[in-house]
Design a binder for this molecule. Structure first.
Ligand code: FE2
Length: 190
């Protein structure tokens, strides 16, 4: 008895493997790339809060650049907007950022990698800093306290390259690709 398989069956099987092996990962990668920053279409899209943690220091200096000459670590520029749940920019919103140095240590005496700033008329902010270090079994992160339009939020932002090693809320992921040195996150206060 011949064991030759019909050509049309082989072709159908080949296409199935292609779909399973190539197309699905592409869709999966695309959905992961697009997921992080919430849209501002409905009130459920407010950026979720997280715990403040023990290392916030009040009265940080006003500045948009944390990175100084000679600072170790990979430069990183974070940009974005602060919006209401109906998508309107919040001008003069406060963002108070704090994070570790590249070795995972906070400055407890001074204000290294700490500072506050205000959004412009379009709700935009920019933070020029470095990639923080991980500590305490947690993924690297930027802490931030926001206030504007009578609303307040304390949360933290994390990085897509850490999602496979840690349990991370996809709504708090910076839109970035490893090695680009730039990322984006829009905060939605609600
Ligand atoms: Fe922290």
């Amino acid at each position: 008895m011949s064991r030759t398989l019909p050509a049309h069956w082989l072709e159908r099987t080949r296409r199935s493997f292609l779909r399973a092996g190539l197309v699905l990962p592409a869709v999966w990668a695309a959905s992961r790339a697009l997921a992080p920053t919430p849209a501002c279409a409905d009130p459920d899209d407010a950026t979720p809060p997280t715990g403040e943690g023990p290392f916030f220091r009040p009265r940080s200096p006003e500045r948009t650049t944390f990175r100084g000459p000679g600072d170790a670590g990979t430069p990183f520029e974070l940009t974005g907007r602060v919006l209401t749940t109906d998508g309107k920019p919040i001008a003069r919103a406060t963002l108070d950022f704090w994070h570790t140095n590249n070795a995972g240590s906070y400055d407890h005496e001074g204000f290294r990698f700490r500072g506050h700033q205000f959004t412009d008329a379009d709700g935009r902010y920019v933070l020029r800093t470095i990639l923080p270090g991980a500590y305490g079994g947690m993924p690297k992160h930027y802490h931030v306290k926001l206030a504007g339009a009578g609303l307040a939020l304390t949360t933290q932002l994390q990085f897509p390259e850490d999602v496979n090693a840690f349990r991370i809320d996809s709504r708090l992921l910076i839109r970035t690709a490893t090695g680009t040195g730039q990322g984006r996150f829009d905060f939605v206060l609600g």
